[in-house]
Design a binder for this molecule. Structure first.
Ligand code: NAD
Length: 259
């Protein structure tokens, strides 16, 4: 007899699901039986290889939509498609983000606003609309925001990014309070240094830099995207009926240090 998988019969929806951490989250939940709905900026052709991987390795259904998360109407269209193809998602992962490196005076108004539109407004559009659909179907479930330790620790040359992640933290709490009576739990996973995305690109181009970064982390190593995904699944575990409005800070102790 087959054991029922942890997220069997559930649908997970994720923004930025073709990024490094996004893919790791999709793999983690697909391995536990969830159907996977991904929205990202890339074309459907570019997404195909990854969707095939999910199907082959985990035999789960999946759906891809090319969507700009900062466009509220596009998000509505995406959610309609997902509902039609897979059903209403009860695991909602807000993960898409962009990073502009510029100091305060080097940051144009357009770049500032673009970053907040994607990282914060986009997170709001997805989670607001997805949880509305959950309420309509009387579905309990989980919302996870992928935040960052940068919500609190100032990072030089990333003002818009830090502000967007700080905003996300309060959005998480507001949403958690309002949705708790409906058994929708809302939490944030806040990673420190991950060998993923822009950080991975920078480390790959500069020999020796990743070792230097690892040496700054009290636990002595840089985490992988898969490490982050495990903690997302941990918060979404069916046994979690009480953790809501929390930030799971996973930075290896980085932010504990006085400089
Ligand atoms: N990599 C790190 O060190 C690190 C550390 C802490 C937090 N994070 C957070 O983890 C999350 C994932 O980051 P990552 O490292 O996997 O980066 P990534 O660049 O690999 O992934 C981000 C994904 O978001 C997508 N995206 C960007 N703008 C979008 C838009 N407007 N609409 C839809 N999709 C869009 C990108 O196409 C990309 O696939 C982000 O929220 C990031 O802030 C990353």
């Amino acid at each position: 007899m087959h054991m029922k998988k942890l997220f069997q019969d559930k649908v997970l929806i994720i923004s930025g699901g073709l990024g490094d951490i996004g893919k790791a989250i999709c793999r983690e939940f697909a391995a536990q039986g969830a159907a996977i709905a991904i929205g990202d900026l890339q074309s459907p052709d570019e997404a195909e290889v990854f969707l095939n991987e999910l199907k082959q390795d985990h035999q789960v259904k999946s759906h891809y939509a090319q969507v700009d998360i900062s466009d509220a109407q596009a998000v509505t269209g995406w959610l309609e498609q997902v509902e039609h193809h897979l059903g209403v998602a009860s695991l909602v992962i807000s993960n898409a983000a962009r990073v502009t490196q510029a100091n305060l005076h080097g940051l144009s108004p357009e770049a500032w606003s673009h970053e907040l539109r994607v990282n914060l407004d986009g997170a709001f559009y997805l989670t607001q609309q997805a949880t509305k659909r959950m309420l309509e179907k009387n579905l309990s479930g989980h919302v996870i925001f992928i935040g960052s330790w940068a919500a609190e620790a100032v990072h030089p040359n990333l003002p818009a990014y830090c502000v967007s992640k700080a905003g996300l933290r309060m959005l998480c709490k507001c949403m958690a309070l309002e949705l708790a009576p409906h058994r929708i739990l809302v939490n944030e996973v806040a990673p420190g240094y991950v060998n993923a995305g822009l950080s991975a690109e920078i480390w790959a181009k500069n020999p020796g830099l990743i070792e230097k970064a690892a040496a700054q982390v009290p636990v002595g190593k840089i985490m992988t995207a898969a490490d982050v995904a495990k903690q997302v699944a941990h918060l979404c575990h069916p046994s979690n009926e009480h953790i809501t409005g929390s930030t799971l800070l996973m930075d290896g102790g980085l932010s504990l240090q006085a400089l």
